[in-house]
Design a protein around this ligand. Sequence first.
Ligand SMILES: *[C@@H]1O[C@H](CO)[C@@H](O)[C@H](O)[C@H]1NC(C)=O
Ligand SMILES: *[C@@H]1O[C@H](CO)[C@@H](O)[C@H](O)[C@H]1NC(C)=O
Ligand SMILES: *[C@@H]1O[C@H](CO)[C@@H](O)[C@H](O)[C@H]1NC(C)=O
Ligand SMILES: *[C@@H]1O[C@H](CO)[C@@H](O)[C@H](O)[C@H]1NC(C)=O
Ligand SMILES: *[C@@H]1O[C@H](CO)[C@@H](O)[C@H](O)[C@H]1NC(C)=O
Ligand SMILES: *[C@@H]1O[C@H](CO)[C@@H](O)[C@H](O)[C@H]1NC(C)=O
Ligand SMILES: *[C@@H]1O[C@H](CO)[C@@H](O)[C@H](O)[C@H]1NC(C)=O
Ligand SMILES: *[C@@H]1O[C@H](CO)[C@@H](O)[C@H](O)[C@H]1NC(C)=O
Ligand SMILES: *[C@@H]1O[C@H](CO)[C@@H](O)[C@H](O)[C@H]1NC(C)=O
Length: 353
Amino acid sequence: MSFSNLTLLLTLALLISTLTAPSSAATFNCTTPSANSTCQSLIDFAPINATTLNAVKTLFNITHLRTLLGANNLPLSTRPNEPVTANQKLRIPFSCRCSNGSGVSYHRPQYIVKAGDGLDYIATSLFSRLVTYQEIARVNGIPDPNKIEVGQKLWIPLPCSCDKVDGEEVVHYGHVVDPGSTVQGIAEEYGTTQETLLRINGMPDPNELEAGQVLDVPLKACASSVRDDSIDSPLLVPNNTYVFTAFNCVKCQCSSANNWKLQCEPSNLNSKCPSMQCQDSNQLYIGNTTSSSSCNQTTCAYRGYDNQTIFTDLVAQSTCSTPSIASKMGLHSWSWNFLFVSIHLALLCLHLL
Ligand SMILES: *[C@@H]1O[C@H](CO)[C@@H](O)[C@H](O)[C@H]1NC(C)=O
Ligand SMILES: *[C@@H]1O[C@H](CO)[C@@H](O)[C@H](O)[C@H]1NC(C)=O
Ligand SMILES: *[C@@H]1O[C@H](CO)[C@@H](O)[C@H](O)[C@H]1NC(C)=O
Ligand SMILES: *[C@@H]1O[C@H](CO)[C@@H](O)[C@H](O)[C@H]1NC(C)=O
Ligand SMILES: *[C@@H]1O[C@H](CO)[C@@H](O)[C@H](O)[C@H]1NC(C)=O
Ligand SMILES: *[C@@H]1O[C@H](CO)[C@@H](O)[C@H](O)[C@H]1NC(C)=O
Ligand SMILES: *[C@@H]1O[C@H](CO)[C@@H](O)[C@H](O)[C@H]1NC(C)=O
Ligand SMILES: *[C@@H]1O[C@H](CO)[C@@H](O)[C@H](O)[C@H]1NC(C)=O
Ligand SMILES: *[C@@H]1O[C@H](CO)[C@@H](O)[C@H](O)[C@H]1NC(C)=O
């Protein structure tokens, strides 16, 4: 294929995606009453032009590059100037707050208007249609969308939610629908059901799905043993992501391949961390597991933090096939063995007689 043909094809593809993109931005219901508290959310972003990870981090007001890397499960060693190609999807992590029945990003990202910017350009080009200019105008109290000033600070309200889904705490992910996707296919990819997706998105008919639409997809998070009184409670880490918590001292990773159990370990990012050693253990730190040859394993687990302590807990776990029975029978096994041997001896004696 010649270069001009390719250009034509790309232009056509861009035109089609522009034509099919919905004109109104997504609104996710969010009714969690926790007055002023926030939750973590994710949304897809596909830049219109080629850019870098660092530029995306700046655009979305993300403090540390590692937060963006963790949300995309990219190696921590990824460089800030790593190129991002046009239309390459990245997952943007942000804080969400419920307000008046729907969820929006909590006063971030903040965008400073530059010469030549219009609200519509900011909404459709810079933020690739994740919001509409009407939404930006509304949350920023701008009466005339044609009148914005250079240097003016704008809050870009990204759609999100903190609501439980089917009674479970989840991470709401604003998934930008690819051409050719089906609701059933998206449900399977993210471990939910078509029925749930249709219900939380208020879609009566799966055939209504449009390319470019921002679909509310609830992501299952790994089970964590973080205490209710911990500052990071509830720690919700979805499949194939990692986060830093507890003064950046602890790194926690979630993988469905690991039975949906959160894996936490010291991050080595902060040199002034409170102790991460489990009490009454033999030099076990968060994430350490005793290597024992019997079917008995002890793990030092992360249980959260307060403003001066990192909580830990020694968790004993049996790796045998019948864990509960084995541990309960522990004390009695000798007598059962004794009985078993006795019966055999008795039978043997009978046989010999
Ligand atoms: C929530 O924030 C509002 C204003 O930002 C404040 O008036 C209100 O007291 C806060 N409520 C709680 C429970 O913190
Ligand atoms: C967010 O963006 C604003 C404006 O560019 C900037 O002043 C502020 O420091 C940024 N905050 C973060 C956390 O990046
Ligand atoms: C809350 O939502 C209702 C209905 O969507 C709307 O009429 C009302 O103006 C909203 N209130 C605020 C403070 O945004
Ligand atoms: C993308 O690149 C084109 C051509 O250089 C430029 O006109 C446009 O403003 C850019 N858009 C964004 C969002 O950077
Ligand atoms: C979790 O992530 C893995 C790796 O990307 C993927 O194969 C799997 O389908 C995902 N599972 C769910 C339920 O999201
Ligand atoms: C969202 O909330 C509104 C107002 O409470 C309700 O009418 C609508 O059915 C809800 N949508 C979904 C998808 O739950
Ligand atoms: C415990 O974990 C630390 C940090 O992750 C590691 O450096 C150390 O080797 C581990 N010790 C054992 C006994 O596994
Ligand atoms: C199994 O672990 C528990 C708790 O650490 C310990 O008290 C017990 O002695 C261990 N048993 C064996 C057989 O290692
Ligand atoms: C830290 O904890 C102490 C008591 O444990 C409390 O008095 C103090 O207000 C806390 N500081 C912050 C910033 O939360």
